[in-house]
Design a protein around this ligand. Structure first.
Ligand code: SAM
Length: 330
């Protein structure tokens, strides 16, 4: 963390902390904290939007959990894999254009951050606008956080629940709620009911792909999807193909199109669901997006397509984030 950021943190913190002298700031990677003196010292340990950027999430979570006292709480939040799919499609497109417009030797040697910033602004300025409106920070900071930093690997809700289990924690609640589909905001669930939570989590993860207004939408009818085993299998393959895409990855466009086509067929399984129409639109727009990538060298052409989409890249910023509370038993 840079020194300015640390000073700003202290200033903000001092507005809320009655006695600043009792608080200590540690400027360190979470892997390098001296845990001997901090272990089980806190009523609450908290991390938000960080593990997405680290490779060994299980290790990071172990550290976070170790900081809370028995009888204390862990508050943890990150984006989830399925909700991050659109960001990964955007990332794939940006990196694809970087590779299409530049010689490989340039990509390897020259700093391409500025090129990524320009492509991101041309293609996704509306999405950046939404994000900017939701959380005030510079557009550049948004672009760096999302696409320039090539380590964005969102955990699945089930992965997070498995971290809880491994560390002996009990799930308390989450926002948005991962156990009761369509019930809107956070609801305290039965502790230890991991099986129900794991199943509920599947809906939540998929919903983020197609909701434009997040929790404000009526999503109860989506529950029928619980029988669509094949749909989940295919969507799982698709999101994991694109999870944590980097410039050096060579995932072919045809491979992506083939996966989308599997999903277009399978989404018929869910015919009864009101929202299935949206799923269909989501997958056909994804296909159109990827196909246009292949056929055009012109960023503006692709931008025109994006502007006409109804679902893809039209969700409002932040809905794909899930905050969880876990309890550490005494
Ligand atoms: C998306 S920001 C989240 C910032 C803040 N927690 C919030 O919610 O606004 C990601 C943060 O993760 C931090 N980060 C990435 N890897 C880290 C590591 N190994 N140890 C500690 N922090 C890390 C970065 O410095 C960055 O500030």
């Amino acid at each position: 963390m840079n020194k300015d950021a640390l000073e700003i943190s202290k200033k903000v913190f001092s507005n809320y902390a009655p006695n600043m002298s009792k608080h200590k700031f540690i400027n360190s990677s979470l892997y390098e904290i001296n845990l001997n003196i901090l272990k089980e010292k806190f009523d609450i340990s908290h991390s938000r939007g960080v593990f997405t950027h680290v490779a060994d999430k299980a290790r990071a979570f172990k550290i976070l959990a170790s900081l809370a006292k028995p009888g204390g709480y862990i508050i943890y939040g990150d984006r989830n894999t399925y909700g991050g799919l659109q960001e990964m499609l955007q990332r794939y497109a940006i990196y694809y254009f970087v590779k299409k417009l530049n010689k490989k030797s340039k990509i390897d040697k020259v700093n391409i951050d500025e090129e990524i910033v320009n492509i991101a602004e041309t293609l996704f300025s509306s999405d950046i606008d939404r994000s900017h409106k939701a959380i005030p920070r510079t557009r550049r900071a948004i672009i760096f956080d999302r696409w320039v930093i090539q380590q964005q690997d969102d955990p699945t809700v089930n992965e997070v629940l498995s971290f809880f289990e491994k560390e002996g924690l009990e799930y308390v609640s989450s926002f948005p709620s991962i156990n009761f589909l369509g019930k809107g905001t956070s609801t305290v669930s039965k502790i230890k009911n991991l099986d129900a939570l794991n199943k509920g989590a599947r809906f939540v993860e998929n919903l983020w792909m197609i909701l434009n207004e997040g929790e404000l939408e009526n999503i109860s009818s989506f529950e029928v999807l619980k029988d669509s085993t094949n749909f989940y299998k295919e969507i799982n393959i698709f999101v994991h193909l694109l999870r944590n895409v980097k410039i050096k990855n060579d995932i072919s466009i045809n491979n992506i199109i083939q996966k989308i086509n599997n999903l277009k067929v399978l989404s018929k399984e869910a015919e009864k669901i009101k929202l299935v129409e949206r799923l269909k639109v989501f997958f056909s727009e994804s296909e159109e997006f990827i196909k246009t990538l292949k056929t055009t060298k012109n960023l503006e052409n692709l931008r025109k397509k994006i502007d006409n989409f109804k679902i893809l890249f039209k969700g409002y910023a932040g809905v794909r984030h899930v905050d969880y509370v876990a309890y550490k038993p005494k």
